[in-house]
Design a protein around this ligand. Structure first.
Ligand code: NAD
Length: 460
């Protein structure tokens, strides 16, 4: 017998679970179909959260080994307990997953374990431990993405994706990372800090595609100084496990022998087995589900949000879309400000940005003023001993409205929040510059960069 709901959400990741909770808050009867035991999707289970746990632990390890002497703290006999480090990561993930279970119960969202498939208008077949058919006038697809592959790459053995790189059982002697995006640089940094030699091979002539080029160039220099061996303009043609290690081949380079290969060349939307074509939904050539501004697909009553509808593939973008979609369904209003979605890469120092880059502004012919301010001139950064990097504020030359903020520096991922809020409220660089900032704090660097955009930084 079919169950009746107001909304069926397929996928329990950041897009799906947040949409399910918000829809329930708005009074809908909601079922969320997820094939994994744990809710939270890639982000929580095998992405953002476990990688941040490893980044933090590896940073502590490196600091204990090399970074404390400058503070007058003598440490001897520092060694790595990799199983303990991995257990801590697993505990964090488990705790957060049970947090979502709790929120589902609290909001009375029905959680259905299994793989959902569209079976006609308003019907979702669930293949799982208890196969069932669910019915609702509206269905929301939030099935996310999976790692992309490359021709010539054979997965297996030591060749894997971020999923394997979050759980290597030992520190690889030599790790080759293919792709210098956020995944490659974050996980490459983790294993370098834990003792691996890390070589990063990137096809483009820069790292972190999409980030402000000048900030990315500065980040590359810092990462190189830390020992990350980044090669740009390299097209990898093959990677495979040959027994006793792996071999990576790239145009114009000698084959590289290594212990492990992390393939981090982007992600692709995940729609296999959903039955899209059967209900009349055609994906784009790159596999995304086309949606309108209300996140509705070509089929009325079927909606989609998150990685599966397009870039940027970020958990918080999926959150926003999930909320906007169900608020749109319930109230007729729901909106995502695409210019206000921040991006963070959790290297050390972090790279964070919101809004447009200098290249994008130049290309669009927008006249702008740029103001930069270095962390080394900030008292708090000095006392933390984290002085690498800068904040750059880009403001419209005519109106002074902030168009983009780009940060390379300590806690950049936290600092960007102020810039996002300012931009959300249409602030000018003058507004930021006239906002009182506590002293001594890192956010003062943002204020000084805003002052610099007006030509009057105090501490420059
Ligand atoms: P990405 O698209 O950010 O970077 C992939 C890189 O691989 C690109 O620089 C690309 O030029 C390179 N590449 C492609 N083909 C290559 C080849 N043959 N040889 C060498 N290099 C090649 O992808 P990612 O780092 O895998 O991340 C996937 C997605 O997950 C992205 O959308 C990213 O935004 C998201 N993500 C975000 C965070 C974060 O916000 N902190 C962290 C991890 C992942």
């Amino acid at each position: 017998m079919a169950d009746a709901y107001d909304l069926i959400v397929i996928g329990g990741g950041p897009g799906g679970y947040v949409a399910a909770i918000r829809a329930a808050q708005l009074g809908m009867r909601v079922a969320c179909v997820e094939r994994e035991e744990g809710l939270g999707g890639t982000c929580l289970r095998i992405g953002c959260i476990p990688s941040k746990a490893l980044l933090e632990s590896s940073m502590r390890f490196e600091e204990a080994r090399k970074g404390l002497a400058v503070h007058g703290v003598r440490v001897e006999g520092v060694s790595l307990d990799l199983p303990a480090l991995m257990q801590r990561k697993a505990r964090i993930v488990k705790g957060l997953i049970s947090g979502i279970d709790f929120l589902f119960k609290k909001n009375k969202v029905t959680r259905v374990l299994g793989t959902g498939r569209l079976a006609g208008a308003g019907r979702v077949e669930v293949d799982g431990p208890s196969p069932t058919v669910l019915e609702a006038p509206r269905v929301l697809i939030a099935t996310g993405s999976r790692p992309a592959s490359l021709p010539g790459v054979v997965f297996g053995g030591g060749v894997g994706t971020s999923t394997e790189a979050l759980s290597y059982p030992e520190v690889p002697g030599h790790l080759v990372v293919i792709g210098a995006g956020a995944i490659g640089l974050e996980l490459g940094s983790v294993w370098r800090r834990l003792g691996a030699r890390v070589t990063v091979l990137e096809y483009l002539d820069r790292i972190l595609p999409g980030t402000d080029a000048d900030i990315a160039q500065k980040a590359r220099k810092v990462l190189a100084r830390q020992g990350l061996d980044v090669h740009l303009g390299v097209r990898v043609t093959s990677a495979r496990d040959v027994g006793e290690g792996c071999v990576v081949e790239a145009e114009g380079m000698d084959p590289i022998r290594c212990d492990r290969v992390l393939v981090a060349v982007g992600r692709v939307p995940f729609t296999e087995g959903l039955g899209l074509q059967a209900v009349g939904i055609e994906v784009t050539p790159r596999g995304f589900i086309p949606v309108n501004e209300r996140f509705e697909t070509a089929v009325p009553g079927i909606f989609a949000v998150g990685d599966v509808v397009g870039h940027p593939m970020l958990a918080h973008k999926a959150h926003e879309e999930g909320i906007a979609c169900v608020e749109g369904i319930a109230t007729g209003h729901g909106h995502v400000n695409r210019d206000g979605i921040p991006a963070v890469c959790y290297t050390e120092p972090e790279v964070a940005s919101v809004g447009r880059t200098e290249e994008q502004l130049r290309e669009a012919g927008v006249e702008y003023r740029a103001g930069s301010f270095p962390f080394r001139a900030n008292g708090r950064a000095q006392s933390l001993g984290e002085t690498e990097g800068e904040v750059k504020v880009l403001a419209d030359a005519r109106t002074d409205r902030i168009l983009g903020v780009h940060i390379l520096g300590p806690r950049a991922g936290d600092l960007i929040a102020e810039a996002v809020a300012a931009m959300e409220f249409g602030a000018s660089s003058e507004d930021l510059a006239r906002t009182c900032h506590a002293h001594p704090t890192l956010p003062e660097v943002l204020r000084e960069a805003a002052l610099a955009a007006l030509g009057r930084a105090i501490h420059a």
